[in-house]
Ligand binder design. Structure first.
Ligand code: MTE
Length: 309
């Protein structure tokens, strides 16, 4: 990956040559989930490699995933992101990678994507508000990118920031949280193979309302840790400030691992409700670490997850 210079290509130009063929094939097939709703080369199929991750899960529909969102930069109503996120310019896109790394710089998304193999990862997504979905993300491991920029031994955490563009993001005109949206992970969490940078879903480029063109997905934590439309990644020594934790630390911890044993001060976290199950959908028990305990529980060995919520 070559950073620090401006490539002539935008990231959406970096699409495989057979894209139109595949697109036609897809449109002819039953899998033409959402192609009708997007047009143009940016809507080309991503041809993500299928993996075993989540193959047993039944994903929510494209419509559910793209019309019921939290993306407060566009408003706090669940329908606001679908209504207004189209105003965000996502190409060109650069990510500033800095702090304790060997190769800091301003990396064009096309440079970041040119060396990665996109995979499909079907993950559960559990919002702190209690709704849950299953999303077939397309992305690559965050560790791949961090390895390429060279994490220095003194780095202990990774801090992320979302774009802040008042002219394109109507929601940031209101002081809901302190903008820009910020998140952070401990380095071992960031390097965990389940943690991905997602650039699409249902084999399509990421819809703006879901965090185009690139977002973090950490499936064992409450959804707010999965920060959207990122423009900055910084490796740091101290635990970085995060948006919801700054807003209300006793409600939104830094760790935010999905945990039925630690209620939100204003509601129980013992149950959740699957989006799309209908208004009277039965609540189902919340799984610790959102069901990913086997993979991630060791990261927290010996830690009190009520104190470190
Ligand atoms: N990232 C930014 N920048 N702004 C946000 O408001 N909302 C978070 C997270 N990432 C949010 C964000 C919350 S609360 C959730 S539950 C998920 O995005 C929702 O992701 P989805 O809309 O793709 O389902």
């Amino acid at each position: 990956m070559a950073g620090r210079y401006k490539s002539d290509l935008n990231w959406s130009d970096v699409t495989p040559k057979d894209v139109w063929l595949n697109r036609r094939k897809l449109m002819a097939g039953a899998g033409a989930v959402a192609l009708g709703s997007i047009a143009g080369p940016a809507a080309a199929s991503l041809n993500a490699r299928k993996t075993a991750y989540g193959e047993a899960l039944e994903p929510n529909t494209w419509d559910e995933i793209t019309s019921y969102n939290n993306f407060y930069e566009f408003g706090t109503d669940k329908g606001d992101p679908a209504r207004y996120a189209g105003e965000l310019t996502t190409d060109p896109w650069t990510i500033e990678i800095g702090g304790l790394v060997d190769r800091p710089g301003s990396y064009g998304l096309e440079d970041i994507l040119k060396d990665v193999t996109l995979e499909e990862r079907i993950y559960r997504l559990r919002c702190v508000e209690r709704w849950a979905m299953v999303v077939p993300w397309v992305g690559f491991e965050l560790a791949d990118l961090l390895d390429r920029v060279g994490v220095q031994p003194s780095a202990k955490y990774v801090a992320f920031e979302t774009a802040l563009r008042p002219e394109e993001m109507r929601g940031v005109r209101f002081p809901v949280i302190e903008w820009p949206y910020k998140e952070g992970l401990r380095l071992d969490e960031a390097m965990h193979p389940l943690t991905i940078l997602a650039t699409g879903l249902y084999d399509e480029p990421m819809p703006n309302q879901n965090g185009a063109p690139i977002r973090v997905v950490v499936p064992w934590k409450y959804g707010y840790k999965s920060i959207k439309s990122i423009v900055k990644i910084t490796l740091v020594e101290e635990q970085p400030p995060t948006a919801w934790n700054e807003y209300s630390a006793h409600e939104y911890g830094f760790y935010s691992n999905v945990n039925p044993e630690r209620d939100h001060p204003r509601w129980s976290q013992k149950y959740e409700r699957r989006v799309g199950g209908g208004l009277f959908a039965r609540q189902t028990p919340t799984a610790k670490f959102n069901g990913y305990g086997e993979e991630v529980a060791h990261l927290y060995a010996g830690m009190d997850l009520i104190v470190n919520h």
